[in-house]
Design a protein around this ligand. Structure first.
Ligand SMILES: NC(=O)c1ccc[n+]([C@@H]2O[C@H](COP(=O)([O-])OP(=O)(O)OC[C@H]3O[C@@H](n4cnc5c(N)ncnc54)[C@H](OP(=O)(O)O)[C@@H]3O)[C@@H](O)[C@H]2O)c1
Length: 327
């Protein structure tokens, strides 16, 4: 099968397209014929091994000390189940599915555990659209609902509002009953408004020090607001949630944790099959929709990573795979 491979950490040029044997599903696994996958900000980060110094050792231990432990990168996928293990009960060959894997999605075939973050694909969405949903939507859901604890009537500010996480944070924030404002590049203000943001700021013009509004939650996807500035923007029990953070962010979180007032929160997104099914139903109902920056063939993976590395991705960057037989 054709697969993207990453045999060492480095710039986009370390990625190759190779022919590998297709995987066979274990007893509780399904094999998916992948039709669409993506290059996420996390894929690019892992490839380049970009992380704050405090996480260097734990991340190397998790991802591979000298080289990536997982040869085939890629997290998001949409496709069709074409084989199932003996003990699988939830899926059968022919099911259209989508999901989020730890790695391995940038290949013609992928095996995943049936109880991992995989679900029937949303009816009415193409494979390209379905693949553009899990990473951003699961991250936004976990950060808003579980980490920030958003409740109806609150006011949220989302930075990086046009990115993969931001586009879903705006939509899910609204769905959770909050009023959402977004900060993004000038080219994306119409997009972010169309997703339901009440107020949209061009990040080149916006100065958080002059902002008069107060927020219950700042979902700071790109670390655009210093926690000290953030305190001024927060309502008395407001939460400044950092998706990208290092030692300083953790320090702020520990320092603000004992007090009931304004807090800084850091965390890592999770989300499993139940959350994915919840998001699938929202997408089917038209309550959330994926945003696609561009669609490229799998073979353009190096170009795709260069675009993601540039840091101005709008929603998801999808890679498509042509249909073919196992080989
Ligand atoms: N902790 C976790 O578990 C977790 C989970 C998911 C993501 N993340 C992190 O969250 C961040 C966003 O992820 P993503 O997938 O949404 O990224 P993405 O799709 O690459 O989008 C990033 C967005 O940020 C905007 N941007 C770039 N620089 C900015 C700045 N200085 N100020 C404001 N906006 C800026 C860009 O748009 P414009 O240039 O057009 O404004 C772009 O749309 C990444 O750092 C990722 O590692 C963390």
């Amino acid at each position: 099968m054709r697969a993207v491979t990453c045999r060492r950490y480095g710039p986009p040029g370390v990625l190759r397209i190779e022919n590998l044997p297709p995987p066979s599903p274990g007893p509780r696994e399904i094999r998916v014929r992948v039709r669409a996958t993506t290059v996420t900000s996390a894929d690019a980060r892992i490839r380049g091994f970009r992380c704050p110094p405090i996480f260097w050792l734990p991340m190397r231990l998790a991802l591979g000390l000298r080289r990536p432990r997982r040869l085939v990168p890629g997290m998001e996928f949409a496709g069709v189940v074409d084989a199932v293990g003996d003990a699988v009960t939830r899926f059968e060959p022919g099911d259209r599915v989508f999901g989020l894997a730890a790695a391995g999605a940038q290949a013609e075939w992928l095996t995943v555990a049936e109880d991992s973050a995989v679900a029937w694909a949303p009816a009415g969405l193409t494979d390209t659209e379905a693949a553009a949903l899990p990473f951003g939507a699961l991250s936004a859901l976990v950060f808003l609902r579980d980490i920030a604890g958003v409740v109806p009537g609150e006011r949220i500010l989302v930075t990086g509002a046009a990115g993969a996480v931001g586009v879903f944070a705006v939509q899910l924030g609204r769905h959770l009953g909050a009023e959402v404002d977004g900060v993004c590049g000038a080219a994306n203000t119409d997009l972010v408004r169309s997703l339901g943001a009440a107020g949209v700021q061009d990040r080149a013009q916006w100065d958080p020090r002059r902002e008069a509004r107060r927020y219950d939650v700042i979902l700071d996807t790109v670390g655009a607001i210093d926690p000290l500035q953030g305190r001024r923007l927060l309502a008395p029990r407001g939460r400044h949630v950092l998706l990208s953070f290092g030692a300083a962010g953790i320090g702020w979180m520990l320092a603000t944790a004992p007090w009931p007032g304004r807090r800084v929160l850091c965390g890592h997104a999770g989300g499993g099959a139940a959350d994915l099914r919840f998001l699938r139903d929202l997408a089917q109902s038209g309550i959330i929709r994926p945003v696609i920056d561009r669609v490229l063939p799998l073979e353009a993976v190096v170009e795709a990573h260069r675009h993601v590395d540039a840091g101005h991705k709008r929603g998801a960057l999808v890679l498509t795979l042509a249909a073919g037989g196992v080989g």
